[in-house]
Design a protein around this ligand. Structure first.
Ligand code: SAH
Ligand code: SF4
Length: 345
């Protein structure tokens, strides 16, 4: 059955009109779903009985099922969610001083095959549908409703490559951004890609001021080729050209994510080379301490190397931060919980 969470306001209005009801019913439904967050059509008390009955027989209102919930000592909450076909994805609530960010998965598994990543280990099973991403936000919001808090930020950085599921991810973002619904501001929404260049260019033309993050993880093609297969398709020069076009046309800064892997990409020389590569952009760099995944050979860089790398970038006038870690005492790495539940980690 089609989910009611697949549609934005405009589409809901068209749907109710096509079913023989009034256009304004579309907005009423949107408010029930995203502001009142009811779990059944029967509770939509200002809709006529015939409309409620029609909705009940046409659409599902179910959310993904929470099969596991881990709460870390820093307040991070990680959910393992089961979808209609029993496949599982992860969703994480992270607490910042400025609000609550939810990390959303965009696919079941991932086909990009980055050698350091637990999600890549499991390969892509399928893309997530729009309502399955909206559902992750609503599950997180229901959790936060218990303490009268709200989801203020969304990062599409969970399992999967969002730009390998571009259309669904964009439709999902338009829905959570809807002013009469969850109203999560576009500037509070970030999407992270491993660097699918045509989709970076497509994002330039979206009517959405969201933030773009790019997983770079290497200072040159030799290293990036080894750890990220996508680099064989779009190398670092092609990627940079697209990002400069993106920054010029949208006036928005890109964030580069750089995972520090011991002995692979964390030397002083690597830091200077990265700074040289970034010189023509006006980006930010987010250095990420690696979470070890048991199947591979990679290790987290030492504190000393992380700080040295950071200091060189600073000295080279690059805007750089070291990513705060969340949920250290739970399965925090991207895809770890799901990998574990499938017996792979
Ligand atoms: N596929 C997208 C988004 C999901 S991955 C992308 O690659 O950008 C989100 C981020 O987590 C990426 O920067 C990814 O490289 C990083 N990541 C993957 N495995 C990790 C690990 N074991 N420890 C820390 N970060 C990891
Ligand atoms: Fe996929 Fe991102 Fe993991 Fe690479 S890092 S395998 S693109 S989820």
């Amino acid at each position: 059955m089609i989910s009611i969470y697949d549609w934005n306001l405009e589409k809901l209005q068209t749907i109710v009109e096509n079913l023989g009801f009034k256009k304004y019913n579309g907005e009423q439904i949107l408010r029930w779903l995203y502001q009142s967050r009811v779990d059944s059509f029967d509770k939509m008390s200002n809709l006529s009985l015939p409309l409620r009955e029609t909705l009940k027989s046409s659409f599902s209102i179910d959310l993904p099922k929470v099969v596991k919930k881990q709460v870390a000592s820093d307040g991070t909450i990680k959910f393992l969610l089961e979808l209609e076909d029993k496949r599982c994805v992860e969703t994480v609530i992270m607490r910042y001083v400025y609000g609550n960010a939810v990390c959303v998965s965009s696919q079941v598994g991932c086909n990009m095959g980055c050698s350091f990543c637990a999600s890549g280990l499991l390969k892509k099973v399928r893309d997530l549908q729009v309502h399955e991403m909206v559902g992750q936000i609503l599950v997180a919001q229901q959790e936060l409703d218990k303490t009268n808090e709200r989801v203020s930020h969304v990062v599409v950085m969970g399992i999967g490559e969002p730009f390998d599921n571009y259309e669904n991810v964009m439709n999902f973002i338009y829905i959570i951004n809807e002013a009469k619904g969850l109203a999560i501001g576009a500037r509070h929404i970030s999407v992270s890609t491993s660097g699918i260049v045509p989709k970076i260019k497509a994002l330039i033309n979206e009517k959405l001021q969201i933030n773009l993050a790019v997983s770079l993880h290497a200072p040159n093609d030799t290293i990036r080729d080894k750890i990220m297969k996508i680099n064989h398709v779009y190398n670092m020069e092609t990627l940079k050209e697209a990002l400069i076009e993106y920054e010029t046309k949208t006036n928005r800064r890109v964030t580069f994510e750089y995972l520090l892997l011991d002995g692979i990409n964390d030397s002083s020389e690597n830091a200077y080379e990265l700074a040289a590569y970034l010189k023509d952009t006006c980006c930010y760099v987010n250095l990420i301490p690696y979470n070890a995944v048991s199947e591979n050979i990679y290790k987290r860089s030492s504190e000393k190397n992380i700080n040295n790398f950071y200091n060189i970038l600073k000295k080279e006038k690059i805007n750089v931060t070291i990513r705060r870690e969340f949920g250290n005492d739970i399965d925090a790495a991207c895809g770890q919980l799901r990998a574990k539940s499938e017996g792979k980690s």
